[in-house]
Design a protein around this ligand. Structure first.
Ligand SMILES: [Zn+2]
Length: 534
């Protein structure tokens, strides 16, 4: 029997990961059996392990180098600076393996050691102008943080150029070690302080938090002439780097985040941007709610205004049917619930099944009304009779229409409750799909995305090991580094927490570098594992 799998995965929800601490008591018999198979030696255990080392998703050398470092919790400060658009010690095409530029230019090879140190007092913009066009282009490609219009116009008063002159952080220093000091609830490490210089212009909230801390002291010690904003300008000197999240391929890229962050509202806003980018008209479908028990105390106007409020509820509370749905051709969509149709399930329509909206069937009267209107957004009076959705992963049971796996979704009627006790029941008519513009890292495990907008949590939040694992999943969904955008700067400590202990130990056992007895007889086997896996 052959087992094939990827250890760098998120722990299963409400279940036990094989890289959990096997020395802990209390596991079920089934889990103990699996542990025995993976951690111990014997007839029924894994006999031999082959480790696959070639990345099949990406051939981008820079992305491979960054992901390798991130997986092992040893991302260098230089990599962090490239990703965040900060000044770096090396030229734009520097590769960590060769410790030199890949552009092949003799001048670029001398920048880090000779030319830039001699220009130490010059601004970063001037220093960077010395690198070749290939290096400049590669530097822009590696910069993954969203630069918006608002970011562009904010002032950066701190000398970002000084960052390049700062000593690199001590790799042995762990997150949350004694070097950190708490200022207004914000963990301030040397790395965090320098990254905050950039963060200052990105997050107003963070700016308020750090305003009374070391940044304030830093401001007072900077001579006026040294105040530069070039660290910022470096990233946005190329107009194409501004508002990349509003342009292809990020217009319809999912927003992948560690938690269930994106709200209903955010999904709708992105649907509007999607329609604008494709120069298409947006038709809003509203759900229709019918209370199953009548309230005699309310007038019909009161009842109608109440129903309007219900349209704003998240689809998680309304049995999977959203109050408002944006009808745009080719919109990526996700089923919130399986349809109540047994045939649909056999055709591949499940909860979280993905697809694209390829068309709809409108009543003639509505077609006539729309033909006479020119507005870019219109609220429909009548719901379409059905929607045509091309499924991403259909089964063979779904017949093809013009060569495409099109599923015909009719109007659904689901019951939802207004109160937690389920006493006030409402019958909602609508469609059980939402725009698929985002989801959790869990939801995108194993997926390859054409483009991805990620969120690795704010830079000032003290990262945990499980945050690093989720962040790694998010960063590794794309094939090219320029297909990844990060919504905000992340903590410099996020990928500097060392290897994931459970994963690392299990791999060593499987590769027979250490034995089960050595794991079990360690003075504190529990300490070898992450707190969450114990
Ligand atoms: Zn170069």
């Amino acid at each position: 029997m052959i087992f094939a799998g990827d250890l760098w995965q998120l722990p299963p929800v409400r279940a036990t990961a094989i890289f959990s601490n096997p020395c802990v008591q209390g596991y079920s018999l089934e889990v103990q059996r699996i542990f025995k198979m993976f951690w111990q030696e014997g007839e029924d255990a894994i006999q031999r392990t082959f480790q696959l080392t070639q990345s099949m998703r990406t051939g981008d050398p820079w992305l491979i180098a960054v992901l390798d470092a991130d997986r092992n919790g040893e991302e260098s400060w230089e990599m962090y600076c490239f990703t965040h658009g900060l000044p770096t010690r090396n030229c734009g095409s520097w590769m960590p393996q060769s410790e030199g530029p890949s552009c092949g230019q003799a001048k670029c090879a001398k920048l880090a050691e000779e030319i830039w140190p001699a220009m130490q007092k010059r601004s970063w913009r001037l220093r960077q102008s010395e690198e070749c066009e290939d290096c400049k282009q590669e530097r822009r490609r590696r910069h993954c943080i969203v630069v918006s219009d608002e970011t562009r116009h904010r002032e950066v008063v701190a000398p970002v150029a000084d960052i390049a002159a700062m000593p690199p952080p001590d790799p042995k220093q762990k997150a949350g070690s004694s070097v950190s000091d708490e200022v207004g609830g914000v963990s301030r490490t040397p790395e965090a302080e320098s990254s905050s210089l950039r963060e200052q212009s990105v997050s107003e909230g963070a700016q308020r938090k750090v305003a009374s801390g070391p940044i304030k002291r830093r401001r007072s010690t900077i001579p006026q002439g040294a105040r530069v904003s070039d660290g910022h300008e470096v990233d946005i000197s190329d107009i194409s780097s501004i508002n990349r999240h509003k342009k292809p391929p990020f217009v319809d890229a999912p927003f992948v985040h560690p938690f269930r962050h994106p709200s209903y509202h955010a999904q709708q806003l992105r649907a509007i941007t999607f329609a604008q980018a494709r120069q298409q008209r947006l038709l809003w479908i509203t759900a229709h709610d019918v209370p199953m028990t009548k309230d005699p105390k309310r007038t019909s106007e009161q009842a109608e205004s109440r129903k309007e409020r219900w349209l704003e509820f998240h689809d998680r509370f309304t049995s999977g049917i959203p109050g408002l749905f944006p009808l745009v051709l080719d919109l990526p969509v996700r089923f919130t619930d399986a349809t109540r149709n047994a045939v649909a399930k056999t055709q591949g329509v499940f909860k979280n099944a993905r697809g694209w909206l390829r068309g709809w069937d409108l009543a003639e009267e509505e077609q006539q009304r729309l033909a006479d209107m020119q507005e870019p957004e219109i609220v429909m009076k009548k719901r379409p009779r059905c929607l045509y959705i091309e499924l991403e992963a259909p089964t063979k049971e779904l017949p093809l229409t013009n060569g495409k796996a099109i599923f015909r979704l009719a109007v659904q009627a689901h019951v939802w409750s207004l109160d937690p006790a389920g006493k006030v029941k409402i019958l909602r008519y609508g469609f059980n799909i939402v725009p698929d513009f985002g989801g959790t890292a869990h939801a995108y495990c194993g997926s390859t995305l054409e483009a991805c907008i990620g969120d690795l949590l704010p830079w000032h939040q003290k990262p945990r090991r499980e945050d690093a694992l989720k962040a790694y999943i998010i960063k590794s969904r794309v094939r090219q580094t320029d297909r990844l955008l990060l919504a905000q700067p992340d903590s410099p400590h996020l990928f500097r927490q060392g290897v994931h202990p459970g994963l690392h130990l299990l791999l060593k056992v499987l590769m027979k570098d250490i034995t089960w007895e050595e794991v079990r007889s360690a003075p504190s086997p529990r300490a070898k594992f992450t707190p969450t896996s114990c």
